[in-house]
Design a protein around this ligand. Structure first.
Ligand SMILES: *[C@@H]1O[C@H](CO)[C@@H](O)[C@H](O)[C@H]1NC(C)=O
Ligand SMILES: *[C@@H]1O[C@H](CO)[C@@H](O)[C@H](O)[C@H]1NC(C)=O
Ligand SMILES: *[C@@H]1O[C@H](CO)[C@@H](O)[C@H](O)[C@H]1NC(C)=O
Length: 387
């Protein structure tokens, strides 16, 4: 490492110090271990056959109407969907992409017990997973951080983390990344899964103003410093060999414009939610428009080989499309939960994603799977997709 490289490394290390627990740093046996945020958990790898499959459950909305029979029945239905999909799909990794709980309806004394119900099918399937959180997960009786802490307590294979203090803003602690290695013995990961917290909802003490509904600008600086740490620990040439995939509950603001360019051949899938106020980041309040730009700029500048950005939030949308200002692919999830708003014919299901190899230039296969096994909207996300 030359002097400049050393300097970049030291600056990055200083920025990231809260992430690194002292005992772990001194116990690190090789340089790459320094940056392993999961020293006590299994290293996640591609399959021996070279593939990696992900299943995304979005907008589960547990805990609606606990005072009547309808509400709890929706959670029974959602758990049944999760168990069926997990048995059929056998994913290597699962993402819960926000709005796990309808926090408006939950009680202070037992809000997080819904997390135990949500993760039960994942614990049974022994599948590694992690979560983002949504606007319904920050309410009077629940916060993103409480959900994260509970998930960490009750699910041994949860890879969800909170960002270091000062990153993410109030109610926006869920920013982290998860390394996926091609082989267990590799020095550097082949794929980084990034998870971002788009906040929204209400802080428990608030009466007048909701929380900002965009990824905080502090996350933009953190993306830059974490990327520098990765390059320093794994070698700058490792950056070109590393793929990335990003998850954030509320779609970035730039996605709103994309909806006007959809074409049913190129962008198949349900398109029933008109994007507008409250449906993408920084739109709840007109004065906030564009406040997610530092995040969107940093993600698309410092994260190399970004295959796609995946969001939920708008239950009536399933499509993928290329966002032209950043030349990056965006995909909606599929509404999985029986809670939360829906409409006749929308149905419930998941988005599946398969990496055919650890090569960051290979195209991903992705499609929507309904609970009953039907599939649709299959596309290959490669460099020519959506042009
Ligand atoms: C929050 O929890 C308290 C205590 O269980 C309950 O009385 C209240 O209805 C809940 N919801 C809200 C929005 O305050
Ligand atoms: C939480 O407590 C409330 C009121 O005591 C109850 O109605 C509800 O079913 C409980 N919810 C869970 C998830 O245990
Ligand atoms: C829609 O996309 C397909 C595939 O990219 C393309 O062949 C077709 O010309 C497009 N249709 C319109 C109306 O733009």
């Amino acid at each position: 490492m030359n002097i400049l490289g050393l300097l970049v490394f030291l600056v990055a290390l200083a920025n990231a110090t809260p992430l690194l627990d002292q005992t772990r740093v001194s116990a690190a046996s090789n340089p790459s271990d320094e940056l392993n945020p999961y020293p006590t958990k299994p290293r996640l790898t591609f399959n021996p056959s070279g593939t990696f499959k992900m299943t995304i459950f979005s907008d589960l909305h547990y805990g609606e109407n606990p005072w009547d029979a309808w509400g709890p029945q929706q959670d029974v239905n959602s758990a049944k969907l999760m168990r069926r999909v997990l048995v059929d799909e056998l994913p290597d990794y699962v993402v819960l992409n926000g709005d796990l709980i309808t926090g408006e309806n939950t009680f202070l004394e037992n809000s997080t017990s819904l997390i135990d119900e949500i993760v039960a099918p994942l614990n049974e399937a022994r599948v590694p997973f992690s979560s983002t959180h949504g606007n319904h997960d920050n309410q009077k009786n629940i916060t993103h951080l409480e959900e994260i802490r509970r998930e960490q307590q009750v699910s041994p294979l949860s890879y969800t983390r909170a960002a270091p203090p000062g990153v993410g803003g109030e109610g926006g602690e869920g920013n982290y990344w998860v390394p996926i290695y091609e082989r267990e013995s590799d020095q550097a990961p082949a794929l980084i899964l990034w998870f971002f917290d788009s906040r929204g909802g209400w802080s428990p003490g608030a009466t007048s103003a909701p929380l900002p509904d965009w990824v905080d600008a502090s996350v933009a600086r953190w993306i830059q410093s974490e990327s520098a740490l990765m390059d320093a620990a794994w070698g700058s040439e490792s950056a070109n060999k590393r793929g990335a995939l990003a998850f954030v509950h509320i779609p970035p603001h730039a996605i709103e414009k994309v909806q006007g360019t959809l074409n049913e051949t190129r962008n198949p899938g349900l398109n029933a939610d008109q994007l507008g106020q409250g449906s993408t980041q920084a739109t709840d309040d007109p004065s906030s428009a564009g406040n997610d730009q530092p995040f969107w700029d940093a993600l698309n500048t410092y994260v190399k080989n970004l295959h796609a950005v995946i969001s939920g939030h708008d239950h009536g949308n399933e499509w993928c499309a290329r966002e032209p200002s950043k030349d990056v692919v965006f995909c909606f999830d599929k509404h999985a939960g029986y809670g939360g708003y829906s409409s006749a014919g929308w149905g419930h299901g998941v988005r599946n994603i398969v990496f055919p190899s650890a090569d960051p230039t290979s195209g991903l296969a992705t499609w929507i799977r309904f609970e009953d096994g039907r599939t649709r909207a299959r596309v290959t996300l490669d460099s020519s997709y959506g042009r």
